[in-house]
Design a binder for this molecule. Sequence first.
Ligand code: DGJ
Length: 344
Amino acid sequence: MRLRPVPALRAATSLLAPLLAALLLAGPVALAQQQSSIHPGEVWNDNRGLPIQAHGGGILQRGKLYYWFGEDRSQGLDPALRYVGCYSSRDLVHWRFRRRIAFADPEGIGPNWILERPKVFYNNRTRKYVMYMHLDGPLHPSEHGYRLAKVGVAVSNRPDGPYHFVRSFRPLGHESRDIGQFVDDDGSAYLIFEDRPYGFRIAQLSADYLSVEREVALLPMHLEGGALVHWHGLYYVLGSHLSGWDPNPNLYATAEHLEGPWSEFRDLAPPAERTYGSQSTFLLKVTGSRASSVVFLGDIWKPKALWDSRYLWMPLQLGDGRMALPSPQPWSINIKTGETSLQR
Ligand code: DGJ
């Protein structure tokens, strides 16, 4: 018996056929674009096909490899532990999963202990990888909250661990919540931290990076998600207002010297856009043969589904002491030349 297509199916087939043909033709091109560009706000998968878990993160460059560290907020993990995701890439687009670094409550804080915004430095003298993390929690184990306001330090011989927890402290005796990292062109390393009563501090690490040694600047602004970059002779510091997980208009200031004087704070993007729904976490400078580009790394947080929080990475427009975040769109970067191009 010959089967005859029902009319509805015949209509659907005739409609779908050109679409399918177009998709087949466009498919490889679309796929190639997908694979060579960064798509802000979209699910970003690693080499295993799993969404990258590196929220509130930072980047460490070692030779031709970039390492991305951040909070691993995957579902179904041991609730007693906290996790840092570590990935590596040669092109900033394709990321290879390296390790999920697990930490146990280092100070008996209790079940609601907090590890956020891990950042890893490489120390040339000791040849150690030194991880800083925002370590926090309530004063009583049965409570919630961010009351300890400390940093934790962990050390490894390899970028992807295992890491050995060394100690925790309040940098220079100050409260410290969100942290950011910065390494200057001369190799000196700095921690940026939010000191709730006073503002935003930039402090230099000790020679072995295991402690915070010298305050460089206190910017009397209540900003978190701190990030810093040195570009064409000017320092740009960036941060977000304190609005929990909700996005707000991020601000930046500039200075010729880290010590200041710092300029007034200015909007990174039109304030109504609230940083296009994201919050700053890191500024990545990519210097190539033709250009030096600075990439804004931000988090699009989903507080009720932190594991599905997204990333907003965009190349910044810099010049004349100004810094601007373009509206999110697919873009690509040539690591060799340092050039970026927007695709819309
Ligand atoms: C804002 C901070 O930037 C985040 O890292 C996180 O601590 C949230 N607050 C928690 O509300």
